[in-house]
Design a protein around this ligand. Sequence first.
Ligand SMILES: [Zn+2]
Length: 322
Amino acid sequence: MKHENPHAGLVGSPTPAEFEDLSDAVEERRLREELGFGTLAEAAELYRPDPACPECGEGGARRDGASASGLQRWRCRACGTRFTSPTGTVLENCKKPLATWVSFIRPALFAAPLDACAEACRISHQTARGWRHRLFAAVEGYQDRIVLRGRVWVDEIYVDDVGLSKGGRPRRRGLSRDKLCIAVGIDARKEPVAVVCGHGKPSTARIRAALGGHVAEGATLVHDRERAHGVLVRENSLEDESYKADVRDPAYLEAMELVNNLCSWLKRYLWRFTGMDPENMQSYLDLYVYFFRVKRDDERWPKIARVVRHLVMTEARFRSST
Ligand SMILES: [Zn+2]
């Protein structure tokens, strides 16, 4: 028996342009029902109700009408600058509806390749690249505040940045000077950090620079017997619990499971970005750590609402033309 959708006529009669508007309105409503806001204007009203002036930083701007797309316009009482709510955030001058951004973020949260994200929300590869740079800008420095406590596991992973930039999987070979070292840490609350730590095996100075600010005093450091970790034990007054690195030793594997898992997720994540500029490595890591925490806390803080809130609230500069 054929089921007739009684609303089929609604979508059959409009012109293509009208149909696009109708489709946007459907997405907008869907978003509003899921998250409590359907447009960027509504999200900004919720999360950025009193934006500081992008010129002089003064708060308390006066409401000054609305833009064609419905965004609140403001006028600074101190210097007279006029701006809209998303000015100074990564959503500034974004011509696509917020729903399109949300359908970009959903697969990005699960580390989908950029082309898949572009496909999922019907934007060009070029626009998707620009949006990824906007995401990078919104999470720049995000890890600075993260401090691991209690039991803290640390380790390093090495990626062949030549392999990453030329495409294909990093080749398997001995640890050499041209492998990029990434220092990784996680604690029992699953707070992660991942920081670029120079090339080849890390020195004491490089470990101090990468992780020194991320481990609370008095924590217990669980690690393999990498010598450079000693600087954390000494300078952050840590308890030292070390295991000889041996993947056939069940005691080692059990002790290091959390950090080993984080390392393998990270490696898998980085492998997807063939062709990435190694210069951007820290940005990729910041975004990974941000999304890791967003997914971890999803039950008490729904992930899409949290990311949109972050994008709307964070003042950031980005380099992009889209
Ligand atoms: Zn001002």
